[in-house]
Ligand binder design. Structure first.
Ligand SMILES: Nc1ncnc2c1ncn2[C@@H]1O[C@H](COP(=O)(O)OP(=O)(O)OP(=O)(O)O)[C@@H](O)[C@H]1O
Ligand SMILES: [Mg+2]
Length: 442
């Protein structure tokens, strides 16, 4: 329960902050217009541009909440439309105005601005440009995730598929003879919290030990950037992977960059982004480089069908009984269930829980046990205060000796407060998607 409150506070805090910022830019644009006696100006367009950027950031925060997302997309489109109107009413500047197509730079203008760029930390790339700077590109390169395959509960089949690649480095001659291409791609889908990102990070951990680099982008962030810049971001990210083989490139929330063009209400700029994405993907695939492309989504039906044709689909299901048992074995390996309760019972009581739900449940149990132990084993010092070190030591001993355990009563009590998150709608969408894919493949 505590974690729900925490995340809600930070979400609403961020939303308030960004909404205020958006309102202040809109007010600014309006006051500039009044100050200039109703004449349009570059300053006014800049205020709308800043407001559009904030809308994009709010869209990124809300990209799983389609209603809020659409509301802010409409606001962003209004800001862009205001910018366009101002741009067309102003006389052409000496230099081509940065507000070109839909008020933003187009790809060709960006190309002209491509310059080698180096960041303060010494990262260099030839692919940087004004709107996708070397510092932004540097941020895509991730350090090695802390967890590897050994830390992933269950998922044996998926580990097996991916392990073929981990072991393939030394097999390049065999791969060549067998005609196994150096480029591979996987598309992970499943309901939220099932471990898509976690297993991909574990895979990256293994591959980075073999010299692979790890590029990771969030589809929501790309989609939220201005039109033209979003397309350029995709092109540059794929070029970076080509230039830096062997490399993994992972795009989370891929439905935002490869939007299914056959859905209703898909806007022109989203279709253009999909086309740019598919073109860049084809280049990557045809490059002959050792690159592994990974995409992940909760909404596979929102991904363009042309992409689904080109990539290996991997479903990440909810953890089954055996996997949940594996999870609890790892989680409650020091703090144990009481003698009249068991890990097996925990596993059978938690059907329909995702890993995220299980994590929340076990974190809350740990916090509750800590608060209980603080009272029960309190060691009071000479001044009448609780001696934290001494209390903690007694509590640890109690856990190790099996005096302090997780009882079925405590587990059930906390479970009642934390039922599994509702996955009905997404599960239905995924099932419909699987039916459709079956249809396509037959
Ligand atoms: N196989 C696993 N073993 C142990 N813990 C896991 C496993 N998979 C996921 N977790 C835990 O569950 C949490 C949620 O997993 P993750 O973020 O990878 O889910 P996801 O499928 O990517 O969710 P979303 O669709 O919301 O992005 C992780 O932070 C991790 O701690
Ligand atoms: Mg994820």
């Amino acid at each position: 329960m505590a974690s729900y409150n925490l995340s809600n506070t930070s979400y609403s805090g961020r939303m308030n902050e960004k909404t205020n910022l958006y309102n202040s830019y809109i007010n600014k644009a309006e006051s500039i217009r009044i100050k200039n006696e109703n004449k349009p100006s570059i300053e006014e367009a800049e205020a709308y541009q800043a407001a559009a950027k904030i809308c994009g950031e709010i869209m990124a925060i809300n990209n799983t909440q389609r209603n809020v997302y659409s509301q802010w997309r409409a606001r962003r489109d209004d800001c862009i439309a205001s910018m366009e109107k101002i741009a067309s009413s102003l006389k052409p500047a000496k230099e081509p105005a940065p507000i070109a197509e839909r008020g933003v730079l187009n790809s060709r203008e960006l190309d002209a601005r491509n310059t080698a760029d180096t960041t303060a930390s010494g990262f260099t790339t030839k692919n940087a440009c004004k709107d996708v700077t070397a510092a932004t590109i540097e941020g895509w390169y991730k350090s090695m995730p802390n967890h590897g395959f050994d830390d992933v509960a269950g998922m044996d089949e998926i580990k097996k598929i991916l392990k073929n690649h981990v072991s393939s480095s030394g097999w390049s001659r065999l791969d060549e003879i067998l005609g196994i291409p150096p480029f591979q791609s996987f598309f992970f889908y499943g309901v939220p919290g099932t471990g898509k990102t976690f297993i991909i990070e574990a895979f990256a951990h293994e591959m980075m030990q073999q010299g692979f680099k790890f590029i990771r982008l969030l589809g929501g962030d790309i989609h939220a950037s201005l039109v033209g810049v979003a397309e350029k971001t995709v092109e540059i990210a794929f070029q970076e992977a080509i230039d830096n083989e062997p490399c993994i490139i992972f795009i989370d929330e891929i439905e935002n960059v490869c939007v299914n063009r056959s859905l209703n209400n898909v806007e022109g700029h989203e279709k253009r982004l999909t086309v740019a994405f598919l073109e860049a993907y084809n280049l990557l695939k045809g490059s002959g480089k050792r690159v592994i492309f990974l995409g992940a989504t909760n909404y596979p039906s929102m991904v363009d069908e042309a992409m689904l044709d080109r990539i290996q689909l991997v479903k990440i299901p909810l953890p089954d009984l055996e996997t949940r048992l594996d999870f609890f074995k790892r989680t409650f390996n020091v703090l144990k269930p009481s003698s009249d309760f068991s890990l097996e019972e925990m596993a059978s009581m938690t059907e329909n829980y995702s890993f995220r739900d299980l994590g929340r449940l076990s974190d809350t149990i740990a916090i509750r046990i800590k608060s209980y132990a603080r009272d029960k084993y309190a060691v009071i010092d000479a001044n009448g205060n609780v001696d934290e070190d001494a209390t903690s030591k007694v509590a640890v001993d109690a856990i190790v000796n099996g005096d302090l355990t997780v009882t079925k009563e405590l587990f059930s009590e906390i479970q009642a407060e934390m039922p599994p998150s509702d996955k009905t709608r997404i599960t239905e969408e995924i099932e419909a998607f699987e039916e459709r894919v079956k249809g396509i493949n037959n």
